[in-house]
Design a protein around this ligand. Structure first.
Ligand SMILES: Cc1cc2nc3c(=O)[nH]c(=O)nc-3n(C[C@H](O)[C@H](O)[C@H](O)COP(=O)(O)O)c2cc1C
Length: 399
């Protein structure tokens, strides 16, 4: 059986992280899948694992010196950059991510990242504190916004002894991402998809608002997946810290009422709608025009219902396929199926947000996709990008 890697030129960039040893296994697996592999290492990476390992596994010279002369008159970083069908940087250190985000090219790996036009995937691996540092997250978001792909690291015991986010994603996930880039499913070409994401802000006065913990990550991941599969995507988003997915048409809103109006305007043209936004059910009846001063006793805010956007979409549905999300802390199945019926949905993704492993703010998710015809598919814990891929794959299959 031929694999999607057959005769594909895969350039692997290894930077100086402890997970560098795992790339030996990855190289061996890709070779068995028929890929041609060349490896670029940073000088620091060669302190973690010897280039000889990769030379033996790939059958090719390992590159790490920009100024090293070979017998052929090739400028190495340009030749490698052109050779690659796909460029994977794994493990990607905080340093190499920072250099790529800043356009720095001071060694062979960073210069090749800048010189290539090949699809480039980063698989970061580092200590949790490093990974969660705002500067690292900003760099990742900046690169994502430019179209670079990131494979979120897993959680677990790290080599430094800490527990948390930062382990190199498991190799099956890495291979899956690579395969997806080499042979992307283009089964959504011609479709227009409306995605809502993030929280809403319901103002109390000019400086305060009511909101929720939604990060927008799930909706952004769905938008990215639909774009990759060829769809035109309208993303209506509440305030988030995320970079907008490259290629999406972005509509920034703040309140539930703004989201309601924008979504209804776009709804008619949509073929598929993913309602991942966590829209506030209530808003403050009288928004104060000046900052409310604190008094002596308790304070009461009168809240009124916001429009139920999903219900409205269900009622106005013509041919659109409507997908809802139910983040529940108890009786997941019952609550999700009731929502599916009541709101006239075609699919609903029920997820248990009680554990903290998945759902709001987390990079990962797990859940059950219920369909109108009574079917259900369990999707285990995985990062949200992968989760989006699985949901959409199932929905397209069933349609
Ligand atoms: C034992 C050890 C393990 C390290 N592991 C990581 C890691 O997993 N991720 C990371 O970003 N940096 C890690 N570092 C720090 C990097 O090696 C350091 O930032 C280096 O400058 C990266 O260089 P490079 O990106 O050019 O390879 C580690 C350092 C040591 C000494």
């Amino acid at each position: 059986m031929t694999s999607n890697f057959e005769n594909k030129n895969i350039l692997i960039g290894i930077s100086g992280g402890i997970a560098a040893y795992k790339i030996a296994d990855l190289t061996s697996r890709l070779i068995k899948l028929g890929a041609n592999i060349k490896v670029v290492m940073t000088d620091n990476a060669t302190k973690f694992i010897h280039p000889l390992t990769f030379e033996s596994l790939s059958g090719n010279q390992v590159y790490h010196d920009t100024f090293q002369r070979t017998d052929r008159w090739d400028i190495e970083h340009i030749a490698l950059a052109k050779w690659a069908d796909l460029f994977l940087i794994a493990p990607a250190t905080a340093n190499v991510i920072g250099k790529a985000a800043g356009g720095i090219a001071d060694d062979l790996l960073s210069t090749t990242i800048l010189a290539t036009e090949a699809k480039t995937i980063f698989a970061p691996a580092m200590n949790t504190v490093m990974y969660q540092k705002p500067v690292v997250q900003d760099n990742i978001n900046k690169l994502k916004g430019m179209g670079y792909i990131f494979i979120s690291p897993g959680k677990g015991r790290l080599a430094c002894g800490d527990w948390g986010e930062g382990k190199l994603a498991d190799l099956d996930t890495v291979i899956h991402y690579m395969e997806n880039q080499l042979c992307p499913d283009r089964d959504m070409e011609g479709l227009r998809v409306l995605v809502t994401a993030g929280p809403t802000y319901e103002p109390i006065d000019p400086v305060r608002f009511i909101s929720n913990r939604s990060s927008g990550k799930m909706g952004y991941a769905i938008a990215e997946e639909c774009i990759q599969r060829g769809a035109k995507v309208d993303l209506v988003t509440g305030p988030t810290n995320l970079s907008p997915p490259a290629g999406a048409c972005i509509y920034n809103i703040k309140t539930a009422e703004e989201m309601y109006e924008t979504v209804l305007e776009l709804y008619e043209k949509a073929n598929l709608v993913f309602k991942t936004a966590a829209v506030a059910d209530y808003r403050v009846k009288e928004v104060a025009s000046n900052k409310i001063k604190k008094g002596q006793g308790p304070m009461t805010l009168e809240l009124v219902r916001n429009p139920d956007i999903l219900l409205e979409l269900g009622q106005r549905k013509v041919e659109q396929i409507l997908v809802g999300f139910a983040a529940e802390t108890e009786e997941l199945e019952e609550n999700a199926l009731t929502k599916l019926q009541d709101k006239n949905l075609d699919f609903i993704v029920g997820n248990d947000v009680s554990t903290g492993e998945s759902g709001f703010q987390s990079d990962s998710n797990q859940g059950i996709l219920y369909s109108r015809d009574g079917g259900s598919t369990h999707i285990p814990l995985m990062n949200k990008r992968e989760f989006a891929h699985r949901i959409i794959h199932e929905i397209i299959k069933q349609l």
